[in-house]
Design a protein around this ligand. Structure first.
Ligand code: ASN
Ligand code: ZN
Length: 334
């Protein structure tokens, strides 16, 4: 059956009004993004298994910006998937999560008052709860990019989700969550080095995680220590998130897009940032060409240094030195 590739309108909860890829079949529009590997967005309608129903309807307008409209979370999830796709393609030359041009799918309205989101390799899909009171779906752009990046990690380094490699796996998702948010940079959701600042998971407006000083969340670590591999991967990610922030922006006080950061160093020495764009290139290339399933913090240092040398001209480059300094600042390789 013939389908037309369309651009619809998404009225999201977190990113204002956006353009969404859709397909038209007769007088029905489907939330299937033909320009991005046919990524599809499904409604679980509070169920917890299967795919539910593909979002479809008599028009190409999705959601109204309010969580009570079932299409709103779909619009946010579809936008997040599209921006993440575009980011990996346009910034890193990667054609989809697996690099094969095939889109994943998203499921929204998982369960009742479910306050989490997750990626699953088995279905090649990501799933979002509606949050507390079913009012704060976990479909913010950074969370979507975080979950989808788990798919990229699984299909590149394959970092094992425990011990230090698990922390690096989690950090990779936070790093690309921030990168995608800066790439998208809508007025409603400007780029930042915070994770989950839109979903009010703590009920007091604070974000889930802070990359400039991870310990601000009360549990994540700012620097490597010998017991790091024994804590939850969402906390052992802290030092690598901190590394990425320092490499991008440098230590001390800095305001970016209206958010003020204050990033310490464990060795007390300053770090001069090389900018987020170069830091992203270094992390992605290390992930996809140097890291393996068992990479730990020490090996991540070795891998990123090798990549910095490859990309930016040897061990005397400013970039190589900044990578050295940023690892030293989180107590790796001193
Ligand atoms: N949202 C969490 C994550 O992506 C789910 C989990 O703990 N696996 O890390
Ligand atoms: Zn994660």
């Amino acid at each position: 059956e013939w389908q037309a590739v369309e651009n619809g309108v998404g009225n999201t909860q977190y990113n204002g009004q956006v353009t969404l890829g859709s397909t038209q079949s007769g007088s029905t529009w489907n939330l299937t993004d033909a320009a991005r590997g046919n990524h599809r967005t499904y409604n679980l309608n509070r169920g917890t298994s299967g795919t539910g129903t593909l979002f479809s309807g008599p028009d190409d307008v999705w959601g109204n910006g309010v969580a009570s409209n079932a299409e709103t979370a779909a619009a946010d999830a579809a936008y997040g998937a599209a921006e993440t796709w575009d980011y990996f393609k346009n910034v890193h030359g990667r054609n989809g999560i697996r690099g094969d041009g095939v889109g994943a799918y998203s499921r929204v309205h998982y369960g009742n008052n479910y306050v989490n989101a997750f990626w699953q390799d088995a279905c090649f899909c990501m799933t979002y709860g509606d949050g507390s009171g079913n009012a704060k779906p976990l479909t913010s752009l950074d969370v979507a990019a975080h979950e989808m990046s788990h798919g990229v990690t699984a299909n590149t380094a394959g970092l094992i989700y425990s011990g230090e490699s698990g922390g690096l796996n989690e950090a990779t998702s936070d790093i690309f969550a921030a990168a995608v948010e800066f790439y998208s940079n809508t007025a409603a959701d400007p780029g930042d080095y915070l994770v989950g600042e839109k979903i009010d998971i703590n009920g007091n407006g604070t974000p889930l995680r802070y990359m400039d000083k991870p310990s601000k969340d009360g549990a994540s670590k700012d620097a490597w220590y010998s017991g790091l591999g024994g804590i939850d991967v969402h906390y052992s990610s802290g030092p690598a998130n901190h590394f990425f922030y320092l490499l991008s922006e440098g230590s001390g006080v800095k305001t970016v897009n209206g958010v003020t950061y204050d990033s310490p160093t464990s060795d007390g020495l300053p770090v001069t940032g090389i900018g987020r764009a170069k830091a992203e290139q270094i992390w992605f290339k290390a992930l996809s060409t140097k890291f393996t399933s068992s990479t730990n913090y020490a090996a991540a240092r070795t891998g990123t240094l090798a990549v910095a040398s490859d990309l930016y001209g040897g061990t005397s480059s400013v970039e190589y030195k900044a990578v050295q300094d940023a690892w030293a600042a989180i107590n790796v390789g001193t």
